[in-house]
Write a protein that binds this ligand. Structure first.
Ligand code: CA
Length: 243
């Protein structure tokens, strides 16, 4: 049976949630594959080469973080973590281990689908042999990588070198949450005590200069306590806000 549906591997030990996600995916035109343990998930991954993985962390045989580290040794397949662990530290560990995104339970079905779409766009951008992009566009924002110029609409935005470097880095990973430490390491080379503060100051200036997208979202979303995410086209993901 040939089809061109995206294959989504869901690794989740809770029957109720697994069925819920499976139904949601099938109703929205995805082909879903399921596993209830890390080992089973790994076998399914190797056998079926899914386009994306939705991964629970608390699994009966191993921790989902081990699964991420294991897969990331050789594969770039997008991994969206879906977990009951809600602390910032949990999110940072998963993202720094190689997860592309993180959703906490309980979750909204619209949000899960939006994040799956965002992660699939990342996969398309990473297709081997694709030419390096000379431009990034989202909403009214355009970045010209060659000339290091940034426009919102027709208006050029003057950025400091650091602000441009941060923007450029985030845009190259658009749709994906980049943790504070991964941004700091890329921009300044090392992480020290004042790094996060330095990043926050630059980011506040950068976000102010860029303004917000039509429809009120900022171009760079603040994932509170974890990092930042550059929106991409059709992004329906919103900022996390303090409870
Ligand atoms: Ca679980």
């Amino acid at each position: 049976m040939g089809n061109n549906k995206y294959k989504v591997l869901v690794i989740e030990d809770d029957d109720y949630i697994l069925n819920l996600i499976e139904t949601l995916l099938t109703m929205n035109g995805y082909q879903s594959l399921t596993a209830q343990t890390c080992d089973m998930g790994h076998t399914m991954f190797i056998s079926y080469n899914p386009d994306i993985i939705i991964l629970d962390l608390g699994l009966p045989d191993k921790d989902g973080i081990d699964f991420i580290k294991n897969v990331r040794q050789n594969f770039t397949v997008p991994i969206v973590v879906l977990s009951a662990r809600t602390t910032e530290q949990d999110k940072i560990i998963a993202l720094d281990s190689g997860a592309n995104d993180y959703i906490t339970k309980p979750f909204g079905s619209g949000e899960l689908l939006a994040r799956v779409r965002a992660a699939l766009r990342i996969r398309r951008q990473n297709i081997p042999g694709a030419l390096p992009k000379s431009q990034f566009k989202t909403g009214g924002l355009t970045i010209h990588y060659d000339s290091r110029r940034v426009y919102v609409g027709n208006c050029e935005i003057k950025l400091s070198q650091t602000e441009y470097n941060i923007l450029s880095f985030l845009s190259e990973h658009s749709g994906r949450v980049m943790t504070y430490s991964s941004i700091v390491k890329t921009i300044w080379g090392c992480v020290d005590k004042g790094s996060t503060k330095k990043l926050q100051v630059n980011m506040a200036n950068l976000r102010k200069k860029l303004g917000s997208k039509p429809g009120s979202n900022y171009y760079i979303l603040n994932e509170l306590g974890v990092g930042y995410r550059m929106v991409d086209e059709d992004c329906e993901i919103h900022e996390t806000v303090a409870p």
